[in-house]
Write a protein that binds this ligand. Structure first.
Ligand SMILES: [Zn+2]
Length: 310
């Protein structure tokens, strides 16, 4: 049985409970990015604790913290936030987010060094601590599967071959998911250990069914972001995936990685949004309780445990 690495050590798959597969709790973005868009900095342990408690009160039991080193991961702060809310498991991230955040750094660092650092974060600990990451990340740019993006994908695959930890990728606006999955599989990653994030930014159900039939998980995480389209569109795509028989290959998150998305900063919808408003809305419309349980509990458990079936 595959156990799952959290900030407090290994847990059993059945301890995951309701899982949000893609969030950010603490982010210190690169300085140049902060200058052009200050709405990425999540830099208050108190406010993050408040928001994580909101998630816990809504029934959330596991939260995946997808901040990679190139987007400003801080292991001490994330560990402190997680320890403030002991009934929630927090899973941290190794690997890299996307070439855009890395800039010239990506050209100057060798693939071997990137693999070494990623494996160290997974097996030994992050930044000299004994807190280990439980997820491997990689990502690519918008409509572009260039050499830089492929380098990050290969690094993630190599780290998977050494550690067996699951991979959650970043897609930019839901593009290049099929290409990411194909290269990861070609590099020896098992399809059912791959989740592609932000796929609901591009609600191309044909493409999603094709990817899910490869055995790969689709991450839907744009709820509450009207700027990316209405909830009716996201939920009707989700309904179509369930009706096509691939609902067992969808993970739900919310990716609220901006202070303006958090009630703790006076914004919204807040970290409890999927578990309150979206869950209620699904039940009132055309989703059953067992479908919601599959999306929020069973699918993440199967993904993290590495179960092939279901
Ligand atoms: Zn994210």
């Amino acid at each position: 049985m595959t156990e799952i690495m959290t900030t407090r050590g290994l847990i059993k798959p059945e301890e995951l409970g309701i899982t949000d597969y893609h969030e950010h709790l603490y982010v210190e973005p690169p300085g140049w990015l902060h200058k052009i868009d200050p709405d990425f900095a999540l830099n208050s342990v108190d406010k993050s604790t408040e928001e994580l408690k909101r998630f816990s009160q809504a029934g959330g039991r596991t939260l995946c913290e997808l901040t990679a080193v190139d987007f400003g991961r801080n292991v001490d702060k994330i560990k402190a936030i997680a320890d403030n809310v002991p009934d929630v498991n927090v899973i941290m991230t190794a690997g890299y987010n996307r070439p855009y955040y890395m800039g010239r750094w990506l050209a100057s660092v060798s693939e071997a060094d990137m693999i070494r650092d990623t494996v160290r974060d997974l097996l030994k600990g992050i930044d000299g601590t004994d807190v280990k990451a439980g997820i491997i990340k990689c990502g690519t740019e918008y409509n572009n599967f260039n050499a830089n993006g492929q380098k990050l994908v290969r690094v993630a695959a190599a780290a998977y071959r050494e550690t067996g930890r699951p991979i959650i990728t970043h897609t930019t606006a839901g593009t290049m998911g099929y290409e990411q999955a194909s290269l990861l599989i070609e590099q020896g990653v098992d399809a059912h250990r791959i989740t592609l994030s932000h796929m609901d930014r591009n609600l191309d159900v044909f493409d999603h069914i094709r990817i899910a039939k490869m055995g790969v998980y689709l991450g839907y995480d744009s709820f509450g972001k009207a700027k990316y389209g209405p909830e009716t569109d996201r939920l009707s795509a989700l309904r179509q995936l369930l009706d096509a028989g691939v609902g067992n290959r969808v993970l739900i998150g919310n990716d609220l990685g901006r202070p303006s998305y958090w009630k703790a900063y006076g914004g919204g919808p807040g970290l409890d949004y999927v578990l309150t408003e979206i869950r209620e809305r699904m039940l009132k419309t055309d989703f059953t309780q067992s479908e919601i349980d599959m999306l929020l509990v069973d699918n993440p458990r199967r993904f993290f445990a590495g179960e092939t079936g279901g």
